[in-house]
Design a protein around this ligand. Structure first.
Ligand code: M6R
Length: 611
């Protein structure tokens, strides 16, 4: 949901800003813009509708904007259509202040009315222009950027990461955030602002995580933080462990393809990070055995694919640890007035750690005094910082909008939780525990083996290229994989698809099956194969074209399926980790065949920081 960058240093700012925006384009890509202070007390702005390459062309790779201090923005429209006029940065009336913003100013209409009555005029439909003019109003009143921004914070409702240039303060940027991400990196005589780490990894790994409502005064190689009373706040730098290459395509055609291929390593790293002395160990994540023993129920809250990882975890946790688990969409949990339960552990799963609904759900759980655990990929993200405990998945930066490797690492975290809870609750034998632990360590190799057969999935995708509707069906953990496979297909290939628990199909959706409809059955649970197979046969009798993802050489599957995709065998509880790989590849190749922008699908943004 929009990406912001800022730079001040010795280099020309615009090329550095464009480079950073390129790494953030996954956050929004309907328009982009730059503002640079030119050293002669002018703020020059360039904006362009469309992808970042348009701004790149317009500014000749940044050469058209001279100066060593600037801010930039890539937009995912909230207020006002994607257009040059609505693109950021926005100016105040006399072009002495320019700002970029990520988030939503909820009371912007009321503020716009008040500012209009003060004589302000508005040229765009955006809340960001209102924000810029509000800062201008307070700056003219107090003559001090920090005080102006502090007043802005007190006046606005909503979420924002705001970076502001003042003509009166050359080579300086002022910034603030609330519930939208912002980091500030420093290196020698340079300083960088960004919505996310990949934008600055190439330049520095030393970053400050800006807390809510802290105001940053960014100068060459130096940052001073203030609270709303303009008192200096001392902060520590954090060292990022990700390497710069992990934010590059590395020879792959798309980030998604690269990230799918990183899954064996990511799964291995996540497993290794959870095992100490041959056992699953959660003591470093703020969840001791004593804490676990007190938990009587678990509620998982998440959105999108993270929610799907939660659904898979629910099956595994209930099976192994015999503990009731409920999985809820964060956007529902936050408004449904959940019942406070001190014996309930609320687990928030999020790749970015910034998803607005998941952050709000976490806060709701904390308000109700429930213990919280975050399963998060991005170090220092808001959810990671606010939860009582945090388990970091080891996926590294994920750039493609459609998640693959982060989802895979979330699955591992769910399995590990189930095994841990099962030991503490004494619901697993030593033998089964060891068996599953050893199976866990074989997953990377098995994923690798599926990836090596990617051409066969590519061929299947080419056969399915004209399908208008696709159904995914499965039972238990296989159903959890189906909902993820269906989402992948929708988001990047724009093919309509539905996922159903196999037994549910005949309660309505089967009426949609007609000649040639593609039905993909996931058949990884030995005890449920026959049941799902019967449901596939029901659709085949109505003309469906059947594909089956399975791990056995069951002749019964071959007799029913038109296409059989075989993955290595694993315990049914871990089936999602293998069955999801061909489904990711299928969505990917279909998207490529259709000529879609795989990494930046239409209408989407990677990190959904607005409701
Ligand atoms: O960063 P989060 O894991 O909280 O994001 C949640 C969803 O927005 C995300 O999983 C989304 O559904 C992906 N685009 C799916 O590929």
């Amino acid at each position: 949901m929009c990406g912001i960058v800022g730079y001040v240093g010795e280099k020309q700012a615009a090329p550095v800003l464009l480079d950073g925006l390129e790494k953030l384009e996954y956050r929004g890509y309907d328009s982009a813009g730059l503002a640079v202070l030119d050293g002669k007390n002018n703020i020059n702005i360039a904006r362009a509708k469309g992808k970042l390459c348009e701004l790149f062309k317009k500014t000749d790779g940044g050469k058209a904007l001279e100066g060593v201090c600037g801010i930039g923005h890539t937009r995912w429209a909230t207020h006002g259509e994607p257009s040059e006029n609505n693109a950021h940065p926005h100016f105040n009336d006399d072009k002495t202040i320019a700002a970029v913003h990520n988030g939503i100013i909820e009371n912007y209409a009321e503020l716009k009315g008040k500012l209009s009555r003060q004589g302000y005029e508005f040229y765009s439909e955006t809340d960001t222009e209102v924000a810029t003019k509000l800062v201008d109003y307070y700056y003219k009143k107090h003559g001090d950027p920090v005080r102006a921004i502090a007043n802005f914070v007190l006046r606005v409702r909503g979420s924002y990461a705001l970076a502001v240039l003042f003509k009166d303060y050359p080579d300086q940027i002022f910034a603030v955030r609330k519930d939208s991400p912002m980091i500030i990196g420093v290196a020698g005589g340079e300083a960088f602002i960004a919505s996310d780490v990949p934008a600055i990894l190439k330049y520095t790994k030393s970053v400050y995580y800006v807390a809510n409502t802290e105001i940053a005064h960014v100068e060459k190689g130096k940052v001073t933080f203030y609270n709303l009373d303009k008192e200096v706040v001392e902060k520590d730098l954090t060292e990022i462990t990700w390497n710069a290459q992990s934010a590059e395509k590395d020879g792959y055609e798309h980030f998604m393809l690269k990230e799918m291929h990183e899954q064996p390593r990511v799964v291995k790293d996540t497993v290794n990070g959870l095992i100490k002395d041959g056992k699953i160990d959660f003591s470093d994540f703020g969840l001791s055995d004593k804490d676990i023993a007190k938990v009587k129920h678990i509620t998982v809250v998440a959105c999108g694919s993270a929610y799907h990882a939660g659904v898979a975890a629910q099956y595994v946790l209930e099976e192994l640890a015999r503990i009731p688990v409920r999985v809820e969409l964060s956007s529902e949990f936050r408004y449904r007035n959940p019942v406070a339960d001190k014996n309930c552990l609320v687990i928030v799963i999020s790749q970015s750690g910034e998803t607005a609904d998941s952050l709000a759900a976490l806060r709701e759980a904390k308000k109700l005094k429930m213990k919280t655990l975050a399963i998060v990929n991005v170090l220092g993200s808001s959810i990671a910082r606010e939860a009582d405990g945090v388990l970091y998945t080891k996926a590294g930066p994920e750039i493609a909008v459609a998640t693959t490797k982060a989802y895979s690492s979330q699955l591992i975290a769910g399995y590990a939780l189930a095994l841990k809870f099962a030991t503490v609750r004494n619901t697993i034998t030593q033998e089964r525990y060891k068996e599953l632990l050893s199976e866990l360590s074989t997953l990377p190799e098995k994923i690798e083996c599926i990836l090596k057969q990617k051409e066969s999935i590519q061929h299947f995708a080419s056969e399915a290229a004209n399908k208008k509707n696709v159904f995914f069906i499965g039972r238990g953990v296989d159903y959890a994989v189906c909902i993820e496979g269906s989402l992948k297909l929708k988001e990047i290939s724009y093919v309509h698809s539905e996922a159903y628990a196999a037994g549910e199909l005949k309660h309505g959706p089967i009426s949609l099956i007609e000649d040639g409809t593609l039905v993909i059955g996931v058949l990884m649970q030995e005890n449920l194969i026959e049941k799902t197979l019967s449901n596939l046969v029901e659709t085949k009798s109505r003309g469906a074209y059947i594909a089956a993802v399975t791990c056995g050489d069951d002749k019964k599957v071959e007799n029913v399926a038109d296409v059989k995709i075989t993955v290595p065998y694993t315990d049914g509880l871990f089936a999602a980790s293998l069955a999801v790989i061909p489904l990711q590849l299928f969505a990917y190749y279909l998207s490529v065949l259709k000529g879609n922008d795989v990494d930046k699908p239409r209408n989407l943004a990677k990190s959904v920081t607005v409701e």
